[in-house]
Design a protein. Structure first.
Lengths: 522, 683
């Protein structure tokens, strides 16, 4: 007698969690070890997601897409996966996010037979490119965003391919940290493999396969039951991204019906020669995330669910660009706007559980320079939370990461210990939440003074198009990016900008507040 | 004449008192209802009951465990959160609320943050600054603080937390601020440097704030306990169990209440450590399975493993606290992973139509269906009963009702299209899987290989599940201590006094630092000894040194034991071994950075042996019944534990009953009764 379904289901969750713990705890960069900007997953023999640790939505949603592309790529090249292999890639048009996210994939063989893959994706602070931290509005093609790694072997017969590692070493500003993080990624996959093989040993291979089919099938049934309870209908909405003085349009037609969910991005603007293009993997991840939030907590994010969701993203647009368009901010900013646009449409179909717009940006900050004490190059990356959109019956959450990201902040004491900066503030922005029956969450002010010359780049949004309210609620305060020079003059940056700070100059970032919900009763 | 040591455990529902008369070796047990509004009453009621057997002068020591800390932050009880004010560096008063800016539930758009302990209007900023190297950029302004004191007085302030950026490197501004405020303000004042002198501002602030919130409540409580005891004529000292698994005196408990937040569950691990010592085992896993949850902990070389940080008031997901769901507290506490799997855990059909075990529990009331107390949901105890593993509880005083168990299990089995036996067995396998998860968290995730460990199984249901759990994990040796159901309380009676001291030491270390580190250890030790000798007789004591290390660039440290005198090579070797076993690799030659030096002063208890706890009932007749194991039902002899002599050996299948627990020995397992009263199972 056996009960494979539950044993396998729980074990897969446990294993992906344990992979995540291993990756984070042995990583070198503050971005991973302090902010947890990584995700781990287990995929079955045909590349279907079967286990994931709940880390970063944009990673998780894009991993199955990335694996399928990778397998297709390798097949075209005539590469056959063998036991002891591990693959590495970051090509966004294959892996599905941006160059900073390096993916490692380990095929799992059980008695010579390919039975699964374990994979993880981690955001590396620097992979080369035109500016430190590799995310820059100055990039006009993918090649200016850093090194592009197609799927190549990182391990063969369980030995690390040092020549591949050397290529990476020579294409980053911070080789020690990059390689330390890569090792942590390898370790996480190896831990995942060991535990997965233990599991298959315990339940037997046929039982494992059967259980996987059941997990997917049962998720599908559950989603269909929930869809039956939702109001059905169709609505169209559009929202905007800011690029210089231009407004880029994201348009989505959303339909909820007996078939499940349909999202069509026809009408979205063409791709641009700035890094706001979201590769298809990101668009899939953002759409999947948004729809997932409509469903109950028991739904697993696997094919049983994604099968009920059809996505149409026309080629050559912001939501499905063609190589070599630059993409670094696609999964940071465009992904957030995709979420907003779908919610806006949904708010006309489902009336009691759609939130107003949240801060709408990951408020990315990139810094780098030469460390005055060591003389070595340094690079730093972080994202800043903002105001959550107000919900029916609840205020929005103040100063928190919304939607497509969920990374932790970097402790100020860590940054000040390692880098030549001094923080001036980290606090809520009073009055920044949109007014309403329920108010939007407050944005954050984070500001820092340069102690040595340093290069900064900001990648934000919602400085003109403020986060919208719903049902009569007001808009959230717009974001602001300022430099206060040592002599007191203030320079206003655009939401996507680069600048040089001299010692004594202060960078001030104020993130947007969330939109309000409902009219204020007079 | 008697010499009584009593342990009082004030829980959410019941207050348990276990006492031993050290002259006769006899054990006493008292249970009273807890009084959440005034917890000292339940405590004193229990002591009063014990006084029916003794005179007040017979008391030598009272050891105490309570859940006031956790209850205060869960907001369950009518305990009122004290008026706490927070003083921070200018620009940073919201750090404590922003937390780590993440949301604990990825897909929940209706997520709500825990209410801040210090609301915004009670958070004050002052101009002062220390930089990332510890250099004072701006000193505190006394006049600013004086007017702040006035304002805090005006709004009513019971206690104050002071937390400035980078004070872990240089506390001078915090110290000065405390001095000035103390002159003007009648309140308890805590600096982050005193409470938690380590880096990462949010965690340090949170710990200091939690400490400030607890202090008034704990000191009022301790004072009324003391007063009540004095009123009863009981003048012996009271010691409190700390989360790190040692006893501390009441002064420490009042000044650093964060040290004692989560002390109850730690007692079982202490007990397991004592068993390990008695039997001579280097590595044991303590496995405590009770009515609603199962908990796993680890003991290596006699020392219970600790973790440096926890969250109070947080929620647990798959055995681990969800980061961001509660209030972080950085203080070493015994490493425990807890999962919803106990005798009362409910078995049901999940939304996806599969079998689901937990997290709901039928608790003690109504309890499992077979208790006949109108429980209608099937539970793990019902499953065990239907498989013939347990027939009755309390040594036969409480019969289990098979018909009710069948009726309850039928509801689930029918939906799954299974037999009662299939559903019952599947439920046990799932419960064991959850429990194996808890064991993996405290072993594999900490770089320990669980298969090298012995499982010490206790709690009412522990010995019933131990063998199959051990098989699931790959363990081949189990120890069942005497009185498994009472074992946690016994652990309290065997606890040593333990004080911890830490000094932040963030530095890339090399051979040149050896002397400086040795000197720093000596300074911490001298300070510790001078502090302690003021309040306890320091005769036999042990000092344990550890150092937190990581590769330069990593964000998480590994706590490594350090020799006396300090030797760099030795700790580096240990560190690399641990790193390698945890993460599968080491970087030989890579720079290693220290972050903190820790010193533990341990004053051993004299009570080293396991108290004998049996009611002598004479030999129960041996019987045989059908018990289900993996491959089906088997005729299994049923024995009464007290009738087993030292040296008794037998092979499974076998069931061994005793007053407060039942041990199940599957086929392939052998059992042996040791002379210290423990049963050892091997396969």
């Amino acid at each position: 007698m056996s009960l494979p379904y539950e044993v396998v289901k729980h074990s897969l969750l446990y294993i992906s969690e344990e992979m995540g713990v291993a990756l984070r705890k042995s990583a070198f960069s503050p971005n991973i070890r302090e902010r947890a900007d990584h995700s781990c997953a287990i995929l079955d023999w045909s590349g279907r997601l079967i286990g994931q640790a709940e880390h970063i939505p944009v990673h998780i949603g894009s991993l199955p897409h990335g694996l399928k592309n990778t397998l297709a790529y390798l097949e075209k090249k005539g590469v056959e996966m063998s036991p002891g292999d591990m693959y590495v890639l970051n090509d966004p048009y294959i892996a599905g996010t941006h160059l900073n996210d390096i993916t490692t994939i380990r095929p799992i063989f059980y008695r010579g037979e390919l039975v699964a893959y374990v994979a993880n994706k981690a955001h590396h602070v620097d992979v080369g490119g035109i500016d430190p931290s590799s995310i820059s509005i100055r990039a006009e093609t993918l090649l200016q965003e850093g090194i592009v790694i197609p799927p190549v072997k990182l391990m063969k017969e369980n030995k690390i391919m040092e020549d591949v590692v050397d290529i990476l070493r020579n294409n980053t500003r911070i080789p020690d940290i990059t390689l330390g993080d890569l090792r942590a990624q390898i370790a996480a996959n190896l831990i995942g493999e060991k535990k997965l093989l233990d599991l298959i040993d315990k339940v037997s291979l046929p039982v494992f396969r059967e259980a996987v089919e059941q997990i997917i099938e049962k998720t599908n049934q559950l989603v269909r039951q929930e869809v039956a309870q939702l109001p059905w209908g169709r609505a169209v909405a559009e929202d905007f991204l800011e690029l210089d003085d231009r407004d880029l349009v994201i348009k989505a037609e959303v339909e909820v019906g007996s078939h499940g969910f349909r999202v069509n991005f026809a009408g979205t603007d063409r791709q641009v020669n700035k890094p706001l293009n979201a590769v298809l993997g990101v668009t899939i991840a953002a759409t999947t995330y948004t729809i997932r939030t409509l469903l109950g907590p028991d739904i697993l994010l696997n094919e049983g669910f994604t099968e009920t969701l059809s996505i149409h993203a026309p080629e050559g647009t912001l939501v499905n660009p063609v190589k070599p368009a630059p993409v670094a901010a696609g999964n940071l900013e465009t992904s957030q706007r995709i979420v907003d646009t779908i919610y806006k449409a949904l708010s006309e179909i489902i009336h009691d559980r759609i939130p107003a717009a949240s801060t709408g940006s990951m408020n990315n900050l990139m810094m780098g320079g030469t460390h005055p004490e060591t003389g070595r190059a340094w690079a730093f990356y972080e994202t800043i939370g903002g105001g959550g959109g107000a919900r029916p019956g609840m205020d929005g959450v103040d100063g928190i990461h919304c939607h497509m990201t969920n990374t932790l902040n970097t402790p100020i004491e860590v940054i000040e210990h390692y880098y030549p900066v001094l923080f001036m503030s980290y606090r809520f922005r009073d009055g920044s939440g949109g007014v309403g029956r329920w108010r939007g969450g407050m944005g954050i002010e984070r500001s820092l003074k340069a102690l040595a010359p340093l290069h900064v780049a900001v990648m934000g949004d919602r400085s003109r198009h403020r986060p919208w309210g719903l049902k009569g609620g007001g808009e959230g305060a717009p974001s602001e990016y300022l430099i206060k020079k040592a002599n007191g003059t203030i320079i206003k940056l655009s939401s996507k900008d680069v600048a040089t700070l001299n010692p004594g100059d202060t960078l001030i970032i104020r993130t947007a507040g969330g939109g309000g919900y409902g009219r204020i009763e007079k | 004449m008697a010499r009584v040591v009593a342990a009082v455990d004030v829980g959410g529902t019941f207050t348990d008192l276990v006492a031993v008369d050290e002259i006769t070796g006899r054990l006493y047990k008292v249970k009273t209802r807890s009084t959440p509004q005034r917890p000292e009453e339940g405590f004193l009621d229990a002591v009063k009951k014990l006084l029916e057997n003794f005179s007040p002068n017979d008391f030598e020591l009272i050891i105490h465990v309570n859940t006031i800390g956790t209850n205060l932050f869960r907001g369950q009880l009518a305990l009122k959160m004290p008026a706490v004010s927070l003083v921070t560096t200018k620009g940073f008063r919201d750090v404590v609320e922003i937390g780590r800016q993440n949301r604990p539930e990825l897909y929940n758009i209706f997520y709500r943050r825990p209410e801040p302990i210090v609301p915004r209007e009670r958070r004050f900023e002052v101009s002062e600054r220390v930089d990332g190297k510890g250099v004072v950029l701006k000193e505190v302004d006394e006049r600013e603080l004086e007017s702040l004191a006035e304002e805090m007085e005006k709004i009513g302030t019971e206690s104050v937390a002071i937390c400035f950026l980078n004070s872990y490197l240089n506390p001078v501004n915090e110290k000065r601020a405390k001095e000035v405020l103390s002159r003007r303000l009648k309140a308890l004042i805590f600096t982050s440097y005193e409470v938690d002198p380590e880096y990462r501002e949010y965690e340090r602030t949170s710990t200091t704030v939690v400490n400030a919130a607890l202090a008034p409540v704990v000191s009022r409580y301790i004072a009324s306990v003391r007063q009540g005891l004095d009123g009863l004529g009981v003048t012996c000292p009271v010691q409190i169990m700390s989360s790190a698994g040692g006893l501390v005196d009441v002064d420490e408990a009042v000044n650093r209440p964060v040290a004692c937040i989560e002390s109850g569950p730690a007692a079982g691990v202490i007990g397991a450590a004592k068993v390990a010592e008695a039997i001579g085992l280097k590595r044991v896993i303590s496995f405590d399975m009770g009515g609603t949850t199962a908990k796993a902990g680890v003991v290596v070389d006699g020392l219970p493993a600790t973790v440096p940080e926890m969250e109070v008031g947080g929620r647990v997901h798959m055995g681990r606290i969800i980061k961001g769901s509660g209030y972080p507290v950085r203080f070493p506490s015994i490493d425990l992973a807890e999962v919803s799997a106990g005798g009362g855990t409910i078995i049901q059909v999940s939304k996806t139509g599969g079998l689901q075990v937990g997290p709901l529990s039928a608790g003690a009331d109504p309890g499992p269906a077979c208790y006949g107390m109108s429980g209608e949901e099937p539970t793990i105890t019902d499953a065990n009963h239907l498989l013939g593993r347990v027939e009755h509880l309390l040594g036969g005083e409480m019969k289990l009702n098979t018909v009710l168990a069948e009726k309850a299990m039928e509801k689930v089995a029918k939906q799954l299209g299974q037999t009662l036996v299939e559903t019952s067995w599947s439920s046990l396998v799932l419960a064991n899987l959850h429990m194996a998860r808890a064991v993996h968290i405290v072993t594999l995730e900490r770089g320990l290989d669980p298969t090298e460990f012995t499982l010490v199984a206790f709690g009412g249901a522990g010995p019933m599940h131990a063998a199959e759990l051990a098989e699931q994990i790959g363990i081949s040796k189990i120890v069942i201590p005497p009185s498994p159901g009472l074992f946690s309380s016994l652990g309290l009676l065997m606890t040593d006094m333990k004080y911890s001291y830490v000094k932040g030491y963030v530095k890339i270390i090399s051979k040149d630092d050896e002397e400086k580190i040795e000197q720093t250890y000596r300074e911490i030790e001298a300070y510790a000894v001078s502090q302690l000798s003021r309040k306890v007789a320091l005769k036999d004591y042990r000092i344990v040194r550890t150092i937190d290390l990581r590769y330069l660039g990593q964000g998480y440290e590994i706590e490594v034991g350090a020799p006396h005198p300090f030797k760099l090579e030795e700790v580096f070797t240990k560190f690399e071994e641990l790193h390698s076993s945890t993460y599968g690799y080491k970087h030989v030659g890579e720079k290693i950075e220290s972050t903190a030096l820790r010193v533990y002063v341990i004053i051993p208890t004299r009570r080293q042996t396991l108290p004998k706890t049996y009611n002598q009932r004479g030999n129960a007749a041996k019987s045989v019944r059908r018990v289900f194991f993996r491959d089906g039902f088997m005729e299994s002899p049923v024995l009464w534990r007290e009738s087993l002599e030292t040296g008794y050996e037998a092979e499974g299948p076998l069931v061994i009953e005793e007053y407060d627990s039942t041990t199940v020995v599957p086929p392939d397992w052998r059992i042996h009764v040791e002379d210290n009263g423990c049963m050892v199972m091997k396969r």
